[in-house]
Design a protein around this ligand. Structure first.
Ligand code: DMJ
Length: 588
């Protein structure tokens, strides 16, 4: 099963020039002959079928022996995911029967050879199976974090030490919690067990520190909820609810619009000092809904759901300029701050959560649905534009004037629009799918037009340029997922091979320019001839970028969209079924 999905669905067309490196092919031929020899030897040795079944096939015996599957005794909800795919990196165990040393030796040799051929192919061809590669990337990112930064929030892969962002106060282990579900989905169960053990023993929310409510919610609460729904382990449910309760004081404002920052011990909140006269931010207070609905469901405490439903109420009472939602809202007065509208930073995931709230409610949340499609219409009318050479982009709006700039963050919108297209009112499904495809193309162009083939933080459509960053402080790439996320959604909905080819290009660029000995690093300038590292392996690289890459090359029944919605940090949450009140999230 390891290669089944990939061999059936690998990208079809490769650029002809990429196949002409003869030396590499000769080497490859030699290696292939060698592999054949090794395999032949294995087959002619006694008892080889058993050995092979443990390595190449997902036999139940192997599975029982090698992974910690859902722990049914722990399951609070009886909800377990059958992730149904495998990405195992090390499954064989020494066997006591005679002749094993030789077979094991040959096997290891053949695997080593495969690995070397894989490396040889890497810069050569998108026909190489990328699915095991995304697991290897995860393994490298995870092992490096474990080795150099275990327990810290993130890894500094160049200086090989821990890195702690102040977004999480003194809460530790952001990478561990953010990576839990990716490890589980990739069936890296040894690593998942180590992470679970750390959560059990060391994850501590009793800290006297100020945290970002949004970041802690999407990464920690979201990560724990997904880990719970996937594995059924009670510890994740308990920790998610404990953290959710600690976030509740953030809602103590005159309007109930939460503060951006909260001291977890004192329960005192405030807003970012730079945010338009003490405003709360749309993408922050608007990105709590999915997690809080699940917290109510898992804790039996309705308060979580009430808090986020109240945010809707406040928003629905307000007049929206041109139907748009400004990024700033004052939690004391309940009035908009500065009229800045963006589908990228400061606004992005608010729109995503309107759509996903509807989908996650088994399409019962009509209010969320209406708010999403109305907002999308306003975005189309006021912000979506086509460049002179036909690239569709989503601009930003400042007090009625357009800034012709699109952020890397905005590129998630291709995936979002594709995800919502099916439910679009009127006859708009086809139109929205076209918009989504256009946005994916533009975002791909933003990568293709750089030297490193990685996308800048923001790119512009003015002053004679299209999809290119013109300001030095917008040229960086910090391992963000949004473009690959959109490729993944577009692939699932269209099966157009170009999305896998584009994903493959991103894999090559990541391996070539971001992979370092101690993990993966962001780069400061994607137009430079060689990478200048920022020395941070962001936790969302493991939570999102690598997970979306993996799913891009997986089969569609792997975490199917009918059953799962991904929170904005790519943590899958099950659809809450309307017709199964006691066990609403049964997943096939
Ligand atoms: C992630 O933490 C989330 O996707 C968030 O919604 C926006 N930005 C980062 C990744 O770029």
């Amino acid at each position: 099963l390891l290669y089944r999905a990939v061999s059936g669905t690998r990208p079809k067309s490769a650029s002809p020039t990429s196949f002409r490196l003869t030396e590499k092919f000769i080497l490859l031929l030699v290696f292939s002959a060698f592999i054949t020899l090794c395999f032949g030897a294995i087959f002619f040795l006694p008892d080889s079928s058993k050995l092979l079944s443990g390595v190449f096939f997902h036999s139940s015996a192997v599975e029982t022996n090698t992974h910690t599957g859902p722990d049914s005794s722990d399951a609070g909800s009886g909800t377990h995911a059958n992730t149904g795919r495998t990405c195992k990196l090390h499954t064989e165990r020494p066997r006591p029967d005679g002749g094993i040393e030789l077979r094991t030796f040959l096997l290891l040799l053949s695997r080593l050879t495969l690995f070397i051929s894989h490396l040889l192919l890497l810069p050569l061809s998108p026909a190489t199976p990328p699915l095991p590669l995304s697991c290897q990337m995860m393994k490298h990112a995870w092992d490096s974090y474990k080795r150099y930064a275990w327990g810290s929030n993130e890894l500094r892969p160049v200086s090989k030490q821990g890195h702690s962002s102040n977004l999480f106060g003194s809460i530790k282990g952001a990478t561990i919690v953010d990576a839990l579900d990716t490890l589980y989905i990739m069936e890296m169960f040894e690593e998942f067990d180590a992470a679970t053990d750390w959560v059990e023993k060391s994850l501590d929310f009793n800290v006297n520190a100020e945290v970002s409510v949004f970041e802690v919610n999407i990464r920690f609460v979201g990560g724990l909820l997904s880990a719970y729904y996937l594995s059924g382990k009670e510890v994740f449910r308990r920790k998610a609810v404990e953290l959710g309760e600690k976030l509740l004081p953030a809602f103590k404002t005159p309007t109930g619009i939460p503060w951006a920052l909260l001291n977890l011990k004192s329960g005192i909140g405030r807003n970012w000092p730079w945010a338009s006269g003490g405003s709360s931010i749309l993408a922050e207070y608007g990105t709590l809904h999915l997690e809080f609905m699940h917290l109510s469901r898992l804790s039996g405490n309705p308060e979580f759901a009430q808090k986020v439903m109240n945010i809707r109420k406040v928003l629905n009472r307000l007049e929206k300029p041109q139907g748009l939602y400004p990024n700033y809202l004052n939690p004391n007065s309940g009035q908009w701050g500065q009229h800045h509208v963006s589908v990228g930073g400061l606004g992005d995931s608010f729109y995503e959560y309107l759509l996903k709230a509807w989908l996650m409610s088994d399409k019962t949340d009509e209010e969320g649905k209406k708010m999403y499609y109305d907002a999308l219409q306003a975005i189309e009318t006021n912000l979506m534009r086509k460049s002179t050479n036909g690239l569709t982009y989503i601009a930003e709006w400042k007090g009625g004037l357009l800034e012709h700039k699109m952020g890397h963050l905005t590129c998630f919108a291709g995936g979002m629009i594709a995800l919502g297209a099916d439910g679009a009112p009127g006859d708009k499904t086809g139109h929205q799918m076209e918009q989504a495809a256009e946005i994916a193309r533009t975002c791909h162009e933003s990568y293709a037009r750089t030297t490193l083939k990685l996308g800048p933080e923001a790119f512009r459509f003015d002053g004679g340029v299209e999809a290119i960053a013109t300001r030095q402080n917008e040229k960086y790439f910090i391992l963000r997922p949004e473009v690959i996320e959109t490729y993944m959604y577009m692939w699932r909905f269209t099966h157009d091979p170009k999305y896998r080819e584009w994903g493959w290009e991103a894999v090559q660029a990541l391996e070539q320019h971001c992979r370092v000995e101690g993990g993966y690093s962001g780069v400061r300038d994607v137009y430079a001839s060689s990478p200048n590292y920022d020395d941070v392996q962001q936790s969302f690289y493991l939570a999102e970028t690598l997970k979306y890459l993996y799913l891009l090359f997986s089969e569609d029944d792997h975490l199917p969209f009918e059953h799962w919605v991904f929170n904005t940090e790519a943590h899958p949450l099950p659809v809450i079924r309307k017709d199964k009140t006691d066990r609403p999230n049964e997943v096939e």
